[in-house]
Design a protein around this ligand. Structure first.
Ligand SMILES: Nc1ncnc2c1ncn2[C@@H]1O[C@H](COP(=O)(O)OP(=O)(O)O)[C@@H](O)[C@H]1O
Ligand SMILES: [Mg+2]
Length: 272
């Protein structure tokens, strides 16, 4: 039985409305693939993976109940440490551990279709595991200066490891022109940071060679998907779109194309 109690709103995410903390739990209205998230979280508990909330059940009002993970989340305004290399490296380590832990879950069949526009080009990127796919600063809980847990599995889906690393770099290298980044994230050596992320994750060479092409393809898709979600789902998606996320994605496309060769060189240099 999941207890009722005083509800403290949790702010800082972009999308989920009505998220609250109750005691040492959080309650979330079920997301678009709630059954998958439940099964993944149960699998992570079964294999003893500590870096995710535990799934507790559905409460009296139909919301998912998860454990509240104590720690520090890099919301807005961003904390001073947001660009620290050690923090970044610890996120890569956590994502690798998650991917390894979730691999045994396998690839689920009969998922509800993703909410994205029809006719997106195929990226020729076969899935290997159920990736997290939303490793934003808001979705990582830090403890003692290190990434401790991933939260917010709403975008979890079957993907390749390479695609997990693209998502990691997107937020933690990060990808994009300085002008579009938080002031604390400007002037960073992105080639060095991408290389570190790939090394700490342990990305194989074949994936390093194709990573930038995949990143460009995914960014292109992201523009179409965000627009479609804004139009069909409204809410936080519409808010992000009207705040200019589409233009940001377009600018990022230019940045990715301009920097692809240099970043690929960094990912491969010194490897035989
Ligand atoms: N299980 C949890 N443990 C600790 N904090 C959480 C947890 N779930 C959510 N939060 C807090 O609430 C914020 C928004 O939650 P999130 O699940 O990421 O929603 P959204 O879908 O809006 O991004 C997070 O950035 C985090 O600060
Ligand atoms: Mg979130």
């Amino acid at each position: 039985m999941i207890q009722d109690g005083e509800e403290i709103p949790l702010l800082g995410g972009d999308v989920t409305e009505g998220l609250v903390r109750v005691g040492d739990t959080v309650r979330r209205p079920p997301g678009e693939r709630a059954d998958l998230v439940r099964d993944v979280l149960r699998h992570l508990e079964k294999v003893g993976f500590e870096g995710a909330p535990r799934y507790l059940g559905v409460d009296s009002t139909g919301r998912e109940a998860l454990t509240y993970v104590e720690g520090e989340v890099a919301g807005r305004p961003r904390p001073r440490w947001i660009a620290d290399e050690d923090r970044m490296v610890s996120v890569a380590r956590l994502l690798r551990a998650y991917d390894d832990a979730v691999e045994g879950f396998g690839l689920p069949e009969n998922l509800p279709p993703p909410i994205e526009p029809p006719g997106l080009p195929d990226l020729n990127d076969p899935p290997e595991l159920v990736g997290h796919q939303d490793v934003t600063p808001e979705n990582v809980v830090f403890r003692d200066g290190r990434a401790y847990a991933l939260i917010d599995f709403d975008l979890a889906r079957p993907v390749s490891r390479c695609r997990e690393v693209v998502n990691l770099m997107l937020w933690w290298a990060p990808f994009g022109d300085d002008a579009d980044l938080d002031p604390l994230l400007r002037g960073l050596d992105r080639a060095r940071r991408c290389r570190l992320l790939a090394d700490v994750y342990g990305l194989p060479e074949t994936d390093r060679r194709r990573l930038m092409e995949l990143a460009i393809g995914l960014n292109e898709r992201a523009w179409h998907t965000m627009k479609y979600r804004a139009e069909t789902l409204g809410g936080g998606w519409q808010r992000m779109w009207s705040e200019g996320v589409g233009d940001q994605i377009r600018n990022r496309q230019d940045w990715l194309e301009a920097n692809a060769d240099a970043l690929t060189t960094a990912l491969l240099s010194g490897r035989s």
